[in-house]
Write a protein that binds this ligand. Structure first.
Ligand code: NAP
Length: 331
């Protein structure tokens, strides 16, 4: 494979950014690296930021975004990774300042690569991807507090997003009663089919409250949105409740008192799926493989697109209008 196709973002002299599908030369294998033929990627919120010139995510352009890549080994400097072996890479620096999964070939360090067992296809690994790793890390943190289904319902915010919807599928498979917040009135039936028992509109948690603590409603929560909704979640957890947080689509700002933490013993736990150790990622892949049955009911949450459709879907995800996972088919 001498050249490959990629979705490239370039910075113009006037400071604007343009996106185009280009042909690139396949890189020479560096010592300690693996060349992977990418078959599937997926669009994450971070990819939308990188694709539109967000320097907090990507410092230098031209750049190929894509924090998820699933495919097969093309060439390897590690004898354990054989040519043709199905693999997946998520996070680390992939798609940020290292060219990512929106190209048909990536070159990454060996220790970023996870091999796939026969029981998980390359396509399903991309469906899960960073969203699945993040959902699993959030659930892992909640379970480490001793949380169990009999403690009460678990709330998921940003519920139709990638992280939110996979969190729901996994929590439901673990036997939890799941409640969800969504801005999409047309997705209520799909959320119920995924395992949600109570659905609230975004307005339920969007008003800032002066009250330091509110009526206890949930035993735990997974929050993907931050801001005022997260403040209200923290104030509405049952005593000793926990929330695992990963996102900021509503806001990165929290403006509240310490009372829920020091009077109700609430735990606020952060998740970073990009730089978590490879060993922890491997543990999360094992967890998802164990619960891969959820993928059967997740099929209607997957949209497949080609490289040429990325600009349209980048825009849609930035507007918060995507439901589930958008796979990029690079074959
Ligand atoms: N820390 C980490 O390691 C990590 C990893 C992955 C993702 N993230 C972050 O987690 C967040 C979610 O990621 P994702 O990939 O799931 O994104 P996504 O697929 O774009 O989903 C985000 C969802 O949030 C809801 N939403 C959008 N705008 C909102 C607003 N203004 N107020 C309240 N809710 C809003 C929407 O769901 P509804 O319409 O259902 O409300 C939307 O579908 C992002 O901030 C992302 O950067 C962090």
């Amino acid at each position: 494979m001498e050249s490959y196709q990629a979705f490239e973002v370039t910075e113009q002299e006037d400071g604007s950014f343009s996106q185009q599908v280009v042909s690139r030369s396949t890189p020479v294998l560096e010592s300690g690296n693996v060349l992977i033929k990418v078959q599937y990627s997926a669009i994450n919120f971070k990819d939308a930021l990188s694709s539109t010139g967000n320097k907090g995510v990507t410092r230098k352009y031209p750049h190929i975004p894509g924090i998820d890549a699933a495919g097969v080994v093309l060439e390897s400097s590690d004898t354990h990774l054989k040519v043709g072996q199905p693999v997946v890479v998520t996070g680390h620096d992939l798609g940020m300042n290292t060219d990512g999964g929106f190209g048909q070939v990536i070159s990454v360090p060996v220790d970023w690569v996870h091999t796939l067992p026969d029981s998980l296809s390359v396509e399903d690994a991309a469906v899960l991807g960073t969203a699945g790793i993040t959902a699993s890390l959030c659930i892992d943190k909640l379970l480490m507090t001793g949380l169990k289904p009999s403690d009460g319902p678990v709330l998921v915010t940003g519920s139709t997003g990638g992280v939110g919807s996979i969190s729901i599928a996994l929590l439901s498979d673990l036997g939890f009663e799941v409640h969800a917040i969504t801005g999409k009135a047309d997705q209520h039936n799909a959320l119920k089919a995924l395992g949600v028992s109570e659905i609230y509109g975004r307005e339920e948690l969007s008003e800032a409250s002066k009250r330091p603590i509110m009526k206890p409603r949930w035993a735990a929560a997974i929050d993907t949105v931050g801001g005022v909704p997260l403040e209200n979640v923290l104030k509405s957890l049952k005593p000793q409740g926990s929330v695992a947080i990963c996102g900021l689509v509503a806001s990165p700002v929290l403006n509240m008192t310490v009372f829920p933490f020091i009077l109700n013993g609430i735990n606020l736990m952060g998740v970073d799926s990009a730089e978590v150790t490879s060993a922890k990622k491997a543990e999360m892949w094992s967890f998802m493989i164990e619960h891969r049955a959820v993928l059967a009911k997740y099929q209607s949450w997957v949209t497949e697109i080609g490289l040429n459709q990325l600009p349209e879907y980048v825009d849609t995800i930035l507007k918060g209008n995507v439901a589930g996972r958008t796979l990029v088919n690079l074959s």
